[in-house]
Ligand binder design. Structure first.
Ligand code: FEO
Length: 170
């Protein structure tokens, strides 16, 4: 059985992952409206991955005999100042999620819940990858400084991203 403190914070994480999906869907819609369909594709895939993350927490809470409680999801922004600004905000959001995962690990260790600690390690590794992939795009956008040729090439590259189906059953 999960300790109440962990149950509460794991439930909060479901909400954060669902908000992440919502945020990236909103960024996808922003890029879609600018006819940057590759950028939009990248965001749509990112949103689906976030749904998978939420599902992992959902399954884990159930598996431990605790109760999933879904809360209201905050409204995401709909406009950004530039392509670069949207990705910079995506990175800031991922850093926020990384801190949240790290805090969950701290709580699991404090509560001596080793199973939850092991479950969370997947997310610790995933966050390194999440931050790295967004940073790579930010670096490319900074290099090209909105040069149309560069944006066109990057849009084609981001159109290649495909959903990586993750094992959500724990
Ligand atoms: Fe599920 Fe992008 O953190």
């Amino acid at each position: 059985m999960l300790k109440e403190r962990l149950e509460k914070n794991l439930n909060k994480q479901i909400n954060k992952e669902l908000f992440s999906a919502y945020l990236y869907m909103s960024m996808g819609a922003y890029f879609q409206s600018a006819n940057l369909l590759g950028f939009a594709n990248w965001m749509h895939i990112q949103a689906q991955e976030e749904m998978q993350h939420a599902q992992k927490f959902y399954n884990y809470i159930n598996e431990r005999g605790a109760r999933v409680i879904l809360e209201q999801i905050e409204k995401p922004k709909t406009e950004w100042a530039s392509n670069l600004n949207a990705f910079e905000e995506a990175l800031a959001h991922e850093e926020f999620i990384t801190n949240s995962i790290n805090e969950l690990v701290n709580i699991a260790l404090e509560e001596k819940d080793h199973a939850t600690n092991i479950f969370l390690q997947w997310f610790v590794t995933e966050q390194v990858e999440e931050e790295a992939s967004v940073t790579e795009i930010i670096n490319k956008l900074k290099l090209m400084k909105d040069a149309p040729g560069g944006i066109f090439m990057l849009d084609r590259e981001l159109a290649q991203r495909q959903l990586n189906i993750q094992q959500t059953a724990q």
